[in-house]
Design a protein around this ligand. Structure first.
Ligand code: ZN
Length: 298
């Protein structure tokens, strides 16, 4: 356990992602053909409500030198894009600065007005890429999925019982820097108020075998398992580690979330938009939306 934990920590410092250090022991059977999930009362997003966000991030990388890493124009413009969409959708947004390697980075926090402020459901993804490429599956996909979820919540006029907060982290690839900074700056009372943190890091992998679900917070974990089971999609349990949920888990905050596994283009120049499967990305977004809706409104 100690060795595994250290491996995960090392992997995180190197900027590796969860699935790399939690690879399923055996490949599962091919998943059933994905269907658009429909649950009464819960909104559903289409591919064309998710993929435009990824296209925007790809185009930012294309015009700023090929990546969206900490300290680059590509990251700054990614931040401005996501913030602009959220501001238009009625969220209260704020940038939380931190300094890493002598360069100022930012987390972006977006609060949906209302809900019990003592019971927060926090949903996040890292927005930075490595320097080697544009980071479309890692983690434009998670960033776009969380953004499309937030927009869908706004369109549906959600009135959650718990307070709903979304976050996009900076400098994850440098060692979970942004999320650690956010958690470190919370008071003890502030930590207590976060009922659960849900993390999404790589949600549109090509040739997805299984949805790798982070098993920690029982209610969230069960909700994801039930969601995928109802669609006939295979899941595999993974522990905490390798992405931003580790910063929360280390502070005793319950976590969950999922990823869709690692492809050949991880941390490479070929992690472009064509490295993201639109159908998988849409399915993942609807899983995030469905489970977040359940957790926030019930
Ligand atoms: Zn990642």
């Amino acid at each position: 356990m100690e060795i595994l934990s250290r491996m995960r920590r090392t992997a995180a410092v190197l900027g590796l992602c969860a699935a790399l250090v939690a690879v399923p022991a055996a490949a599962a059977a091919e998943p059933a053909a994905p269907k658009t999930p429909r649950t009464p009362g819960i909104p559903v997003v289409t591919t064309e409500q998710v993929m435009p966000h990824l296209r925007a991030l790809q185009s930012i990388a294309d015009r700023t030198g090929g990546n969206r890493a900490h300290g680059t124009k590509g990251f700054q413009q990614s931040l401005a894009y996501v913030k602009g969409v959220l501001d238009k959708a009625g969220f209260r947004t704020g940038l939380r600065p931190f300094t890493h390697n002598g360069v100022v980075g930012h987390n972006l926090i977006a609060d949906w007005p209302g809900g019990d402020p003592d019971h927060v459901v926090l949903v996040g993804a890292h927005l930075d890429s490595v320097e080697a490429g544009p980071g479309m599956n890692d983690n434009g996909s998670g960033s776009a999925a969380v953004l499309a979820t937030a927009v869908a919540m706004s369109r549906a006029g959600v009135a959650p019982k718990r307070h709903l907060r979304f976050a996009w982290w900076g400098a994850e690839e440098q060692g979970l820097i942004g999320s650690k900074d956010y958690v470190r700056k919370l008071s003890a009372a502030g930590r207590e108020k976060i009922d659960v943190y849900l993390n999404f890091d790589m949600t549109g992998s090509r040739n997805v075998q299984q949805w790798l679900v982070v098993h920690d917070d029982p209610r969230a974990t069960d909700a994801f398992e039930a969601y995928f089971a109802a669609k006939g999609l295979p899941t595999f349990d993974i522990g905490i580690g390798g992405s931003d949920h580790e910063s929360f888990g280390d502070a005793g905050i319950p976590v969950s979330g999922f990823n869709t596994g690692v492809g050949d283009c991880l941390h490479d120049a070929c992690d472009r938009i064509d490295n993201v499967d639109p159908e998988t990305e849409t399915l993942s977004t609807n899983a995030i939306l469905g489970v977040t809706w359940q957790l926030a409104t019930r």
